[in-house]
Write a protein that binds this ligand. Sequence first.
Ligand code: ZN
Length: 185
Amino acid sequence: MIHPHTELKPINPVIGFGVFATASIPRGTIIWTPDPLDRVLTRAELAVLPRALAFDLERYCWQRKDGRFVLAWDLARFVNHSCAPNCLTTEYGFEVVTRDIAVGEEITNDYADLGMQAHERFDCCCGEPDCRKVIVASDSDRFRRYWNAEAKAAMEEIPMVDQLLEQVLTQDVLQSLGMLERAVA
Ligand SMILES: [Zn+2]
């Protein structure tokens, strides 16, 4: 489930839609966490779905570290890539805001951080000064250490900010956050 202070807005015909903040969302906010309505599919399950679904599945699914594919049921599937994203994945399965997001600012991920398939690549026009231009799965090898450090630093803020998705978090994640709180204290 994506943070409730978000809305879907059209950007342009090339990019399509994006997800934007309807209120300021501080660093350390859990912006997305898995919930029971998301579909989680194995590669074998994907393979037997009707071919008419292929385009949407290719466009909107991402691959978890365990190899399964996730199709978010809500706005989360419309979050766009940026080479300077304001949200990153964490080892606990949720995504965290890594720098303060202003009202009206677009919510972004780095798709290579989300888990691209080895064959996937796409041209990027995010407009960031450090745009990589072509995004490939192996970007994860180059940036993983940096992303993990950024996410870990942002997670230290988790106990200090309102977490509107707290009631959606799983027991495992809550337990992990409890451990985090003790570490911060
Ligand atoms: Zn870019």
